[in-house]
Design a protein around this ligand. Structure first.
Ligand SMILES: [Zn+2]
Ligand SMILES: [Zn+2]
Length: 226
């Protein structure tokens, strides 16, 4: 793993700014990876062993994802919307998992660790750098039973919604009175009043110029064959 300063710098760049959340998140991820014995989580031989659950959609979550290399697209990053400053680090190979929780005491103790800094944000930033892990975090050893449908790898199951026809991957369907439904059709959607629309320039493609050339070439060939 890169050293702390490099990780912090790069994590802040990816996140958009340096903030107390980056400080806490980078340290949280370093501790979590150390506890599960993955010292190079983004390296090819370790990348498939790691699953990370984050429990907040805040600055800290970005830093945890950055340092661990956990990604939604790899299915290694799981989001649980708990509103809790915590993340769980799982080593699939050894089946060990630790939940690292950012303490509220750390917030209260920030003035003590960075007494010379009056402003809140810079003070927290400095204090969270100086605090030992034991003040910044509580750690729980936990058991996480991963469903085979939540693991990385190819899609294990595909079904179609009996109401709207939408294909549903990885066992996310709902069965009501024996009927398979997607979650939106089962009234579990975050949206409502869905209406299909058309939109301006709806035939746009990124390779439009080539596309037009293709059309032009076809027209020319047509001309030639007359
Ligand atoms: Zn931030
Ligand atoms: Zn449906």
């Amino acid at each position: 793993m890169q050293d702390f300063d490099t990780l912090l710098k790069n994590s802040a760049a990816a996140h958009g700014h340096l903030c107390p959340g980056q400080m806490v998140g980078v340290r949280m991820a370093m501790l979590g990876c150390r506890l599960i014995g993955l010292d190079e989580p983004t390296r090819i031989d370790q990348i498939k062993k790691l699953i990370v659950f984050v429990e907040m959609d805040r600055c800290t979550g970005d830093a945890v994802a950055y340092v661990t290399g956990a990604k939604l697209g790899r299915r290694s990053l799981k989001f649980k919307d708990y509103g809790i400053m915590a993340a769980t680090f799982i080593n699939l190979e050894t089946n060990t998992a630790f939940r690292v929780i950012s303490t509220e005491e750390a917030r209260d103790l920030a003035p003590l660790y960075a007494p010379g800094i009056p402003e809140k944000n810079p003070r927290q930033l400095e204090a969270y750098k100086r605090m030992p892990d034991s003040v910044l975090f509580r750690v729980q050893k936990v058991r996480v039973d991963m469903s085979e449908y939540d693991l990385p790898g190819p899609t294990r199951k595909k079904v179609s919604c009996s109401r709207c026809g939408q294909v549903i991957r990885d066992n996310r369907e709902v069965v009501r009175s024996g009927r398979i439904l997607c979650k939106p059709c089962a009234q579990e959607a975050y949206f409502s009043e869905a209406k299909e629309i058309t939109w301006p320039d709806m035939n746009w493609t990124p390779d439009q110029e080539e596309d037009q050339m293709f059309v032009a070439t076809k027209a020319l060939r047509h001309e030639g064959s007359k």
